[in-house]
Ligand binder design. Sequence first.
Ligand code: ADP
Ligand code: MG
Length: 678
Amino acid sequence: MRLDSPLTDIKGIGEQLGKKFAVLGIKTAGDFITYYPRKYDDYSDIQTIKQIKPGMVTIRATIKQTVGRYASRGLHITEAVASDDTGSVRLIWFNQPYRSAAIKANQEYYISGEFALRRQRLSIQNPSAELVSSFPLNTARIVPIYRETKGLKSGQIRKALGRLVPIIKQLPETLPEWIINAERLLSRSEATLQMHFPDSPQELTAAKKRLGFEEVFQLTLAALLNKYQLLAEQAPVVTFTEQLARDFVAHLPFTLTDAQRRVIWQIYKDIQKPQPMNRLIEGDVGSGKTVVAAMAALMVLNQNQQVAFMAPTELLARQHADTLFNLYKPLGMSEHVGLLVGGLKPTAKAEAHQRLANGDIKLMVGTHALIQEKANMHDLALVIVDEQHRFGVEQRKKLQAKAGHMPHLLSMTATPIPRSLALTLYGELDISVLDAKPANRKPVQSKLVPLAGRLKIYQAVDEQLGLGHQAFVVCPLITDSEYVASKSAEQVYEELKTGIFKHRKLALLHSKLKPAEKDDIMQAFIRHEYDLLVATTVIEVGVDVPNASVMVIENSDRFGLAQLHQLRGRVGRSGQQGYCYLVLSDNQAPKARMRALETSSDGFKLAEYDLQLRGPGAIYGTMQHGQLDLRVAKLTDTRLIAAARTRAQEFIDKQEDLLQYKELYEHVRNNRTVTNLN
Ligand code: ADP
Ligand code: MG
């Protein structure tokens, strides 16, 4: 038996059972031993029958005879009496007719279950019973509970895992010995054994610590290695010209915030170095990231090199191109800005390519695919990526190949990434936080609305429309679904258009529309040809509608906090008070999670809160190419994260040979392709 042996090599697992394990993603012995329990029931406290009180109990007792019978309405009841030196207790199983045959009379068993009153008599109900042995699986210990599937229960999983104990005991070590010693970690073999068959709560904690450490260590090491690899690359030095920066700022219609100044300065320092910048700007919606990017690009344009500005959608690309055009106009530099999106007419597209080729266009704004594949950026010095975390190694290498050097990278996001996650996942990035908003911005007033209050809210919305403002209504679905009881944009659009907003102009926007259609609708909305836009979360990223003052989010509890926060940032963007009504899916008292939106306007706090409550996968799952495969580690465990990072850095400083650690090497290699931004 080896780690890569198929599961059916395990005694007792045939074709049929093998298929059920496959449903849980377990195909090999190796998969199986890392299929960690979901939770544990502690049955380690063995009591005498005289001691037991109602609740979960474990006893060690001899079972006399067991009797099964059918009671009323097809209910099957199995009864038995268990005795120890201190007394006797009744055991009762419902609809488990196999019990009477399975239990051997006059043998000593460990018995765990709920001791409770039933028909005026106390009994232990539906207990697990297991012959007394030195290695019980289901009773008399801390018992692991696994994620189950139809026809495959934790009991069977435990039994099959029991057969793998010899393999687990021989698992090779994966971490360097000096780290194990310094961090006082269990060996991998011992930790894995304790995860599935814990001897005590302390051992279980130690096992989680070891395996969690390893997960974070691998991620962090991969990130740091990326960082150093990138530092070894050659990037163009971008000269900082102070007078140009001053001129640019002098022509802005507003004063930069201190946060913007700080971040711009960090960028200028980065790009003056011959190593590639690798910086992520995190800033709430409306914190003014675009002008920061424009100032970074300014210096590149000034020395006649090129900038690629990539947006996630065509609409956003167009908006950015307009914004940049206007920002550079006072300096006479706007003709350097070009746009490359799919929706352009063929002649316009050809012209853009041509102007790029002859050097007229130096700053190309567009969607990823177009810039990446079609644009000939032969003297590319800076890549700006808006609202997308991931910009893979491969992508960047392609640009490097065209340009002959590694371009600097500036990535921007409105998604607040808690520090713990940033250190683990994005460890190769330098992060700048735009933590202050322009002074004229008021926090959006947010209110949770029970379902019953929904229509009244739309009256409040109508008042805003009456004042000449515009509104968004966001729905979780595009079309009605028979599986999900959430509001769809199509349905809400019909409802509002024919009902309460009969006298207003409404539009519908969702991701199934063609890019050009989406574009047209959004542009028309920006020009105030519509009062109200019913949409799915397509409006989430970046789009600026200065006149919008109110947003209604239907079934708001279906969204994550960070996402809701990003959504509501779309309103109140030009000095007017913004309002956000978060309609709930029912009339029950809102959960604390949702209430946090009413009280906090701090995107980081909300993201942190979501991370604790729902884990990283739930929040960040969609924004990554790969999965964040943390099975044991909690990203809220800051001590663990700090320790793993310190050791990963030490590992690099010691110039350890990664190839010596075969499994670690594999993991790091995987992580580097998955969690990469450079
Ligand atoms: P985001 O960070 O969401 O990308 P934008 O860059 O789109 O934000 O900026 C949002 C709006 O705020 C824009 O209209 C922009 O002109 C304006 N803005 C940016 N910086 C400032 C500032 N310092 N003071 C006032 N308004 C600003
Ligand atoms: Mg933006």
